[in-house]
Design a binder for this molecule. Structure first.
Ligand code: ATP
Ligand SMILES: CCCCCCCCCCCCC/C=C/[C@@H](O)[C@H](CO)NC(C)=O
Ligand code: CA
Length: 560
């Protein structure tokens, strides 16, 4: 790495030991040069000892503040007592708060306090570090925060007040906080009212549903402002300049978990403060040239659609509703007939069976994302109602009976499935992994589901196939005309009709519902296009590092 010129270097006291403290544009380091001689009984002096060296990347310093040595400083509501010896010999001090990497992708805020002989030197350190922080232009200064008080275990407000707000205050971030009063409050506020120019980012405190509200509010507003017709499946989305941060307080927290590596509010707050960014894929879902929704994590028909439909009626159970409804749905073992047609992503690096995982600065995302923006594939019209599996104009068409059709635009890792539905899926490669689980025995389906939680490959089963695709369509076998498509009504009607037509059938209804990032879609026949957009999350998936901090191996930013 290029050697950076030193901005400051001094001998300062830290916990009664003398340290060589040095600052350049990239790193703040401190190395013990000697422990203070300590008198022990018998008058023997300990020898001088050279200690270990510590370092923190300037980009991960959260704040610096001078200490009032006489009375300490008020830090996070706690008063810190100055050590007696330091107060006498080194009467001036400053504290640096920085990101410390803890276990399993968790980040924590740590403090280190240096004591100086002179007040001027102390001020010089504080001022120089502050100047370095001010130069970090990617950090947000003003944030618009939406809290869903009813997501997950209904702890959103408490999580924000107790764990997040103090960190934003420490990092001098000003916030405008809105506690939502009803579903779609945040989406509609963002789409129509919010004065977005005043903010560097928007933050949601909640689960995947809240994140989806933010995406819909921001993306829709950006398309409207730029004259993009959302109803046209072929239109490219115009990127939005604001980033979205998530403080996890939901039931699944899949988007947070799959991007940050953990669903921990403090970790997410720290990623937001340091200005981390991660582009992500956004799929647009249409029905008959009418825009339905965007999806960034899971589009699931069959098992995950049925599970969600059942769980919505059990919201009072909190996150446990998914386990209850998941088990119930597993027992019903419904399969659905239909035709899936998809445009395989043939020109890309990587496959859904790779052992590598998408991380911040992912090479495959950079490579494939660039391919996508330079050379968008042709959309070929085909008649999907053809044989069981064939290619037509670049599209592949598969007709069958499916227990589940899942499109994972990211791994969909979450605490219930730590490796996710498609562990090798990429966050920002312009593709989605289409997983087809054909009709099989209950036992085999259970084996498949359980593999989401173990090290075994959930795709290595004869009834499961996975394709990395740019676009796909699904048409249920018993497709009705649009005007008739009131799913619930028709579902009931068709259910009885199919049972009459096929007396020996296992009573599977004709339609499932699509689970679109945790929301139910009103149509079963859909068309999906995956685009990579720089809709940045204020977070990134980092690799666990050593306890002694070194500059990150990964760039903090990458744009498409
Ligand atoms: N004030 C509110 N009252 C009722 N519903 C709300 C309110 N604010 C937001 N919502 C809705 O609550 C739904 C669930 O929110 P959220 O995603 O935060 O939690 P969750 O469903 O428990 O978690 P997950 O999506 O991670 O499973 C969302 O669809 C959102 O639109
Ligand atoms: C035999 C018992 C099976 C239990 C199944 C438990 C549920 C596992 C959940 C994994 C879901 C991962 C995909 C995430 C989807 C999110 O978009 C969505 C909204 O938060 N969550 C769900 C549960 O649909
Ligand atoms: Ca993807």
């Amino acid at each position: 790495m290029e050697k950076q010129p030193r901005l400051l270097a001094s001998q300062l006291l830290l916990k009664n030991s003398l340290f060589e403290v040095s600052l350049n544009r990239v790193l703040l380091t401190w190395k013990e040069i000697a422990t203070k001689k300590k008198r022990v009984s018998g008058g023997i002096h300990h020898p001088f000892k050279v200690g270990t060296s510590h370092g923190v990347s300037v980009s991960e310093i959260l704040a610096v503040r001078e200490l009032d040595v006489d009375c300490g400083t008020k830090d996070d509501g706690r008063w810190q007592k100055m050590p007696q010896k330091s107060t006498e010999a080194y009467p001036y001090a400053f504290t640096v708060s920085y990101v410390e990497r803890a276990w399993q992708h968790r980040w924590r805020c740590s403090d280190v306090t240096f004591h100086c002989l002179e007040g001027a030197l102390c001020q010089q350190w504080v001022q120089t570090i502050r100047e370095q922080l001010t130069a970090l232009t990617s950090r947000p200064k003003h944030l618009l925060v939406y809290i869903n008080p009813y997501g997950g275990k209904q702890q959103g407000e408490r999580i924000y007040e107790q764990k997040v707000a103090p960190l934003f205050t420490l990092a001098s971030i000003s916030t405008h906080v809105i506690v939502t009063e009803h579903a779609n409050h945040a989406r509609d506020h963002l789409r129509t009212e919010a004065e977005l120019k005043k903010y560097d980012g928007v933050v949601c405190v909640g689960g995947d549903g809240m994140f989806s509200e933010m995406v819909h509010g921001l993306v829709s507003r950006t398309q409207r402002d730029n004259g993009v017709d959302q109803n046209s499946p072929e239109e490219k989305l115009v990127p939005c300049t604001l980033r979205i941060g998530i403080i996890p307080a939901g039931s699944t927290d899949c988007i947070c978990y799959a991007t940050v590596g953990i669903n921990d509010p403090v970790t997410s707050a720290l990623h937001i403060i340091v200005g981390d960014a991660q582009p992500m894929d956004v799929c647009s879902v249409h029905h008959n040239n009418t825009f339905l929704r965007y999806s960034v994590s899971l589009l699931g028909y069959g098992f995950y659609g049925d599970m969600l439909a059942d769980s919505e009626r059990k919201r009072w159970m909190g996150p446990a509703r998914y386990d209850f409804s998941g088990f119930k749905t597993f027992l019903t073992h419904h399969y659905y007939e239909g035709t899936v047609s998809f445009l395989p992503a043939t020109d890309i690096l990587g496959t859904p069976r790779d052992k590598t995982r998408c991380r911040a600065g992912c090479f495959i995302c950079q490579h494939n994302g660039q391919l996508y923006s330079e050379d968008a594939p042709e959309i070929c019209e085909t008649d999907p109602d053809v044989s069981d599996s064939e290619y037509k104009g670049g599209w592949r068409v598969i007709r069958g009976k499916f227990l589940a059709i899942n499109a994972a635009s990211m791994s969909c890792a979450c605490p219930r499935s730590p490796k996710g539905l498609s562990p090798a899926a990429h966050l920002a490669d312009g593709t989605t992994d289409l997983i087809l689980v054909r009709k099989c025995s209950r036992f085999n389906f259970l084996r498949h589901l359980l593999r989401h939680t173990s090290k075994y490959d959930q795709f290595d089963m004869t009834f499961v196939e996975v394709h990395r695709v740019r676009r796909f369509r699904f048409t249920p076998r018993y497709c009705q005309s649009d005007s008739e498509l009131d799913l619930r009504e028709n579902g009931k009607r068709l259910f009885s009709q199919i049972c009459r037509d096929h007396p020996a059938c296992s009573c599977s209804p004709a339609y499932s519902s699509w689970n679109c990032d945790g929301e139910i879609l009103p149509h079963a026949a859909i068309e999906v296009g995956c685009v990579t957009t720089p809709y940045n999350l204020l977070c990134k998936y980092t690799v666990h590092s050593e306890s002694i901090q070194t500059p990150s191996l990964f760039p903090h930013f990458f744009t498409l």
